[in-house]
Design a protein around this ligand. Structure first.
Ligand SMILES: [Zn+2]
Length: 164
């Protein structure tokens, strides 16, 4: 279900007196938590519930935690997504995304690139000249064959492929 918050404070719980009643979730306290508007957006607070309130997987204890758009509030078996285009987005979410992408990049299969002590990089289908930095395409040439830099005329022997 979707609840459009028009009040400055919304209480959520098992009992009918709440703004939002979720009678089906037996793990909820009579009044479990509240979301209210403050000067800068919204906060979520636990209303002294038995099972506590989680924000993005962490217990908020007795604190009034500021909400960002996309935040996930968990009370008993109920998950609430706070969606407000006017609220800021969690910066840690984008950081997390970056971290996940970083992990993905590391997990990518090796391109077989190797750098030699003189700065020459041997890669899949190319050699980066250690003297002038030009990228030389090795085309169909394989290990043991020579490639020449068209800019500085250095000649390189393609090394055997690294073990994958
Ligand atoms: Zn060169």
């Amino acid at each position: 279900m979707k609840y459009d918050m028009t009040e400055s404070e919304v209480t959520i719980g098992r009992e009918r007196s709440n703004t939002v009643t979720l009678a089906g979730d037996t793990g909820l306290s009579r009044t479990h938590c509240r979301i209210r508007s403050v000067a800068k957006g919204y906060v979520v607070e636990d209303a002294g519930s038995a099972n506590g309130t989680l924000l993005n997987g962490r217990s908020i204890g007795n604190a009034a935690e500021p909400l960002c758009s996309g935040d996930a509030i968990r009370i008993a078996s109920t998950k609430i997504i706070f969606d407000d285009p006017l609220s800021p987005k969690r910066t840690w979410l984008s950081k997390l995304k970056d971290a996940v992408m970083g992990v993905g990049a590391k997990a990518k299969p090796s391109t077989g690139e190797r750098k030699t002590s003189d700065g020459t990089v041997f890669g899949e289908g190319f050699v980066k000249c250690g003297k002038c930095g030009a990228k030389i395409h090795t085309g169909g040439k394989g290990p043991g064959q020579k490639v020449g830099c068209s800019r500085c005329r250095s000649v390189y022997v393609i090394p055997p492929r690294a073990d994958r």
